[in-house]
Design a protein around this ligand. Structure first.
Ligand SMILES: Cc1ncc(COP(=O)(O)O)c(C=O)c1O
Length: 440
């Protein structure tokens, strides 16, 4: 940031320069996304992220926030994790995105590391540039392997917004673009095995795609035995099981891949977000031999210029290595116990307001007794220096996602701030206030 000649601050970053936050917001509405920009202003969260480091983000105003949104785990390892920055910076002396048609050092090294990290049976890796593309690859792979077209997901699933992925999700996102296809993408209620069996019994389903804990739905936990039974149904009726670990993978549940806690060996496992180390986009589709057939038959079957970009592979190798360290695992167990206990203590103060805690490791959903409760809490936390986001498909629930390397002192500060924010939101709601800017 530079000093202006009139003494004011100027936000000058070489490639671009702005005089003020107001200018950014105005131009954001003019040239980028008017509705989204206004939504946050109306919601009382007029955030324009400037500096970022560790688990902190700083608004252009200088306001500091502890980040427990982490973009769904993208910043699992913190913002600009120094080890990831170093690995990518070093790599830039030698590599760039690479040529996606040819074998590559970085792509091969990452594929080997991912296969070694994966549940039994996984043998190959296909790359995308983001989670949605990776999900599309997974769905195409399942269709090729089974010769079937239908894909089953849960009601209120969220697997991204690309061509096929969007069909697996809520109508809210598919209908806008005339992309809802209920015939090809049946949705069944979560935790309902009867509905799952009914749809699979037709033996025309290529795959069931399931998040190990559905994030955008507010992290409702699978009932004991549910995922295991879905996998068994897949086997009985010849469908593949796709584990979407875009949010739940990479040690967030205290295991590298959450699905292994259920003893399930998925046919396909998708990772995204955090595998980028928060520094270079990449997403990966891990497949077993049953699914991998097209890679022998026609390796050019899926082409993506940026899929498996070599700098992304290097960021991913470092992220995977950090997540796999024994000390990282211990840290996640410590943080999840500490934060879980703190939240349960806060809950006792507001038993008729803060009505539920859904938790598996540092994957957490906080449930409030109001249809838009998490929006109130989100805003009060923002005011009080914490950034956590409501669940788009269930705004009663706040997504609460502490980082896997969170230091105990910061966890303590976080809990203090959360306690205050939850109390303020309670008084706001009981005083009859309605959340601002909330259409739905
Ligand atoms: C579980 C899950 N799958 C897939 C995606 C899509 O990832 P991306 O936004 O990188 O396309 C997301 C994004 O939020 C997600 O949460």
């Amino acid at each position: 940031m530079d000093e202006q000649s009139d003494g004011g601050q100027r936000f000058d970053y070489g490639a671009f320069s702005f005089a003020s936050k107001d200018e950014v917001l105005a131009k954001s509405k003019e040239f980028w996304n008017p509705d989204k920009t206004q939504f946050w202003v109306d919601s009382g969260v007029p955030l324009v992220i400037d500096r970022r480091e560790e688990y902190f983000i700083y608004d252009m105003s200088g306001k500091r926030l502890i980040d427990v949104h982490l973009n769904g785990g993208t910043y699992n390892l913190g913002h600009r994790n120094p080890e990831v920055v170093q690995a990518v910076t070093l790599a830039m002396q030698h590599f760039d995105i690479g040529n996606h048609h040819f074998p590559s050092l970085a792509r091969t090294a990452l594929a080997e590391a991912l296969v070694a990290s994966a549940p039994p049976g996984i043998s190959k890796v296909v790359y995308g540039s983001g989670g949605g593309e990776a999900i599309d690859i997974a769905l195409k792979t399942a269709r090729h392997a089974t010769g079937r077209r239908r894909i089953v997901s849960i009601v209120k699933a969220y697997h991204g917004h690309t061509g096929l992925a969007v069909g697996t999700g809520d109508d809210r996102f598919s209908k806008l673009f005339l992309s809802d296809r209920p015939d090809e993408f049946p949705h069944v209620p979560f935790n309902d095995l009867t509905a799952m069996e009914e749809v699979l019994a037709g033996r025309d389903v290529a795959a069931v795609i399931m998040e190990t804990i559905p994030a955008t739905y507010g992290f409702p936990l699978p009932e004991p035995g549910y995922l295991e039974a879905v996998k068994a149904l897949c086997e009985r009726y010849g469908s593949l099981y796709i584990a979407d670990e875009v949010q739940t993978g990479l040690m967030r549940t205290g295991e590298l891949w959450a699905i292994t806690k259920h003893g399930i060996d998925p046919d396909i496992l998708v990772t995204g977000k955090g595998i980028s180390g928060g520094m270079y986009p990449i997403a990966c589709v891990l497949v077993n031999d049953r699914a991998a057939g097209w890679l022998d038959e026609d390796g050019f079957g899926h082409i993506s210029t940026f899929g498996g970009a070599e700098l992304g592979c290097i960021a991913a190798l470092k992220a995977l290595e950090i997540c796999s360290r024994p000390e990282t695992r211990s840290m996640v167990h410590y943080i999840s116990d500490f934060v879980g206990q703190g939240l349960r203590r806060i809950q006792t103060e507001y038993p008729d307001w803060f009505v539920g805690i859904r938790q598996n490791g540092v994957v957490m959903g906080l449930e409030f007794a109001h249809p838009q409760g998490a929006k109130h809490v989100m805003r009060q936390l923002y005011e009080n220096g914490v950034w956590a986001i409501f669940s788009t498909l269930d705004p009663r629930v706040l997504q609460f996602k502490p980082g896997i390397l969170l230091k105990p002192e910061l966890a303590e500060e976080l809990l203090d701030r959360v306690e205050v924010g939850i109390g303020r939101a309670y008084r706001e709601v009981r005083g009859g206030a309605r959340p601002r800017g909330v259409a739905a």
